[in-house]
Ligand binder design. Structure first.
Ligand SMILES: [Fe+2]
Length: 384
């Protein structure tokens, strides 16, 4: 038994972002709030889009105060800006942080309250302003998902707001916009997309549709990511990565993520670690833990990712998967846990508790306890 819902219109292709004025005019939007971050503004991506929209008669205001791990306070401030200009819709241009902030602003502007109230189930998701997403990284897939991850400022807790109403109405994916992303961010966001495919494929609430998307995402990302990292101007690799992250979004967006994300979000909330880097650090260690009870499933993943073939038995395929993923993340230059600033073993009990309390813990394919999280943290920290 499963349900699969995807109302987002998707436009994909080089140069497609130039179609935004046409698309938004058809939707009869007159006043738009662009949500982005200062890094994106400095790449010069925003100005031409904003100017082309204004030429089409759409009033545009830009809110560029999005943080790396977006905070509730930013969303509340953005909501005031949205209401101040009487906007009809929110246009997110950026990575997952911009898109998640945009979704949350669109929710707060129409349904009131603050992000914690929704995450804790104290306020119903009533109405949303329409959200349009233009991703500039190949990573989060947030352009097609129903969730937003927001940090509660005073507790540093990462909260997930999740509702079918939060799905964007339109996603415009233009690989050209991802060409200027630095190699380190390309690597981190690309591994995030890979983890979405793996966790969406393996989680307890997956479906045949999610698995089909996840399988294709894994097959697409593994060969494309090293090229996109080493040769950022390679438009073919950038296109494949944007395709892979979209497919991964379509995979987990109707399923869930699992323990890699639970640990990554805990790390991000305590040390502000970029999401993709945190995911990459934990991925091989969680795979090793999960595979112990789910050998055939992980052998499948190993074959999908090209680390083994049908001629090899499942045990061998799983071994190849773990070794292959370790080598893959290392080749992309991902830091080790103990190399990250401020990370201290004294915090591991707190990190384990945060990961265990994450709403996606029950979705992990292998039942995982607080002690298991503690053990994985320790293994990751001490791994050579
Ligand atoms: Fe993610």
């Amino acid at each position: 038994m499963f349900t699969y819902q995807m109302p987002t219109r998707i436009r994909f292709g080089t140069g497609e972002s130039s179609q935004l004025p046409d698309e938004l005019t058809k939707l009869e939007f007159k006043r738009l709030l662009i949500v982005t971050d200062p890094g994106i503004v400095s790449t010069g991506i925003i100005d031409p889009i904003s100017e082309s929209l204004q030429k089409s008669g759409i009033h545009v205001e830009t809110f560029d105060q999005v943080a790396q791990n977006p905070r509730d306070s930013d969303c509340l401030y953005g909501t005031e800006v949205f209401q101040g200009i009487h906007a009809d819709a929110v246009l997110a241009i950026g990575g997952g942080s911009a898109m998640d902030t945009a979704k949350t602003i669109a929710l707060l502007a129409k349904s009131g309250g603050n992000p914690s109230e929704y995450a804790d189930g104290h306020r119903p998701y009533q109405e949303m302003a329409p959200v349009i997403c233009v991703p500039t990284t190949a990573g989060t897939g947030s352009e097609v998902t129903r969730s937003a991850v927001i940090t509660e400022s005073f507790t540093h807790r990462k909260m997930t707001l999740k509702h079918e109403k939060m799905r964007p109405i339109l996603a415009v994916l233009d690989p050209r916009l991802t060409v200027s992303v630095p190699a380190s961010v390309t690597a981190a966001t690309g591994v995030d997309a890979l983890v979405h495919a793996i966790e969406g494929y393996t989680c307890t609430i997956t479906s045949p549709i999610s698995k089909a998307y996840g399988a294709e995402a894994m097959r697409t990302i593994i060969p494309a990511l090293p090229i996109a990292v080493s040769d950022g101007k390679n438009l073919e690799a950038r296109t494949k990565m944007l395709e892979g992250s979209l497919l991964a979004g379509l995979c987990f967006g109707n399923a869930d993520v699992a323990s890699v994300h639970c640990l990554a979000e805990a790390l991000g909330s305590v040390y502000d670690t970029p999401h993709g880097i945190a995911n990459a650090i934990f991925l091989p260690h969680v795979l090793r833990f999960n595979a112990q009870d789910n050998i055939a499933l992980h052998a499948d993943i190993s074959r999908l990712m090209g680390y083994s073939n049908d001629a090899q038995d499942d045990d061998h395929a799983v071994e190849q998967l773990i070794n292959g993923v370790f080598a893959f993340t290392q080749s992309l230059g991902i830091a080790k846990l103990r190399e990250l600033p401020d990370v201290n073993e004294r915090d591991f009990d707190k990190l384990a508790a945060l990961a265990f309390a994450n709403g996606s813990t029950p979705s992990n394919v292998r039942t995982i306890t607080l002690e298991d999280y503690r053990m994985i943290l320790s293994n990751t920290y001490h791994h050579a």
